[in-house]
Design a protein around this ligand. Structure first.
Ligand code: ZN
Length: 110
């Protein structure tokens, strides 16, 4: 999966989380979420794996600061299951690719 696509997914998930949890309007982000999104963008743009990179959730490097990682995890946990309904294709593709990649990584580790 290309970074661009991952970033789009992340932005979508943060937006959903912010609307649901922070009660912001569609297209708006509170300061906290805005910061998280730009942080995610920065991390993705600096990722050493570039285009052949793993999903951040599978990545061995774990370049997120613990604080930000906790928050992105909360966002994923909130938005992930809800994406099945509003963005079925995006979330299913994400699910399949994450699983496939994890299998590949497990194989390589052996
Ligand atoms: Zn927010």
């Amino acid at each position: 999966m290309k970074r661009e696509k991952e970033l789009k997914t992340v932005a979508f998930m943060i937006g959903k989380y912010c609307r649901g949890v922070h009660k912001r309007k569609r297209g708006e982000l509170c300061e906290e979420c805005e910061e998280l999104l730009s942080y995610a963008e920065l991390r993705l743009s600096k990722c050493p794996f570039k285009d052949e990179k793993n999903f951040c959730s599978n990545c061995k490097i774990h370049c997120y600061q613990p604080e930000k990682r906790d928050m992105i995890k909360r966002v994923m946990r909130y938005s992930g299951p809800r994406m099945i309904f509003s963005h079925p294709i995006l979330s299913i593709v994400h699910l399949i690719e994450t699983k496939r990649e994890k299998k590949k990584l497990d194989k390589e580790a052996k």
